[in-house]
Design a binder for this molecule. Structure first.
Ligand code: GTP
Ligand code: MG
Length: 201
């Protein structure tokens, strides 16, 4: 699939202020700095679409991007940003959990995981909450350009073993690098197939 049109629609502080839930949407969550905004820019070939920063905590609202005039990509604030004030942190988690639980047109919640790290408790906790709420999710392992493919695969296996402790069926998962654009075509193909299924059913 080609993305020929990507338009920023709005930033919302709450799920019920987001655009009307009439088009399918895919939202990206993950720890601050994991690469959510960079991933959206890579998919859309537009480095200026979502704001990127080397300082964690850049994305602070729910950002909707309309793709090919037919569906949304959604950039969410990161979680686990230790330096954010406690009140701000709890606002973020309420904002995110309300969005996840109430957004009726959410097709997949895409959870980004840093491929360089051993499983982080906060990611596993979030995964568990999402699973309990029966929300369809998938995993994207980011920043694979930072190490060898062997190390990436080892780290992914360790993470998936943790996931398998909770779920019998593993979620779809993808690798990505916003630097080399690895994983981009695979993910776009997945979106294309999923969108097609939605139209047919
Ligand atoms: P918040 O909005 O703060 O939650 O962060 P985010 O998850 O949106 O991360 P963002 O896309 O802003 O990227 C954070 C930093 O990681 C930036 O310096 C990016 O350039 C860098 N980065 C993101 N993806 C990759 C990647 O695949 N490879 C490398 N090497 N750097 C990346
Ligand atoms: Mg961001």
């Amino acid at each position: 699939m080609k993305i020929n049109n990507a338009i920023f629609v709005k930033s919302s502080p709450k799920w019920n202020l987001c655009p009307a839930p009439v088009l399918p949407e895919y939202a990206f969550i993950g720890r601050s700095n994991v690469g959510k905004s960079s991933f959206i820019n890579m998919l859309t070939n537009n480095n200026k679409l979502a704001k990127i920063s080397s300082t964690p905590g850049k994305t602070q609202l729910i950002n909707h991007y309309l793709i090919n005039k037919a569906w949304y990509l959604v950039d969410l604030p990161g979680y686990g940003y230790a330096k954010a004030a406690k009140t701000v942190r709890s606002q973020f988690s309420t904002m995110i959990s309300d969005y996840i639980q109430n957004r009726s047109n959410l097709v997949y919640l895409c959870i980004l995981i840093d491929s360089r790290l051993q499983p982080q408790q906060i990611d596993l906790d979030i995964l568990y909450q999402i699973g309990e709420a029966a929300i369809p999710f998938l995993l994207i392992f980011t920043k694979i350009d930072k190490q060898s493919m062997t190390t990436t695969k080892e780290n992914i296996n360790v993470f998936l073993q943790k996931v398998a402790e909770y779920w019998e069926v593993l979620p779809p998962y993808f690798i990505s690098s916003a630097v080399t654009k690895a994983g981009k075509e695979d993910f776009l193909l997945f979106l294309e197939k999923t969108n097609k299924c939605l139209i047919e059913n």
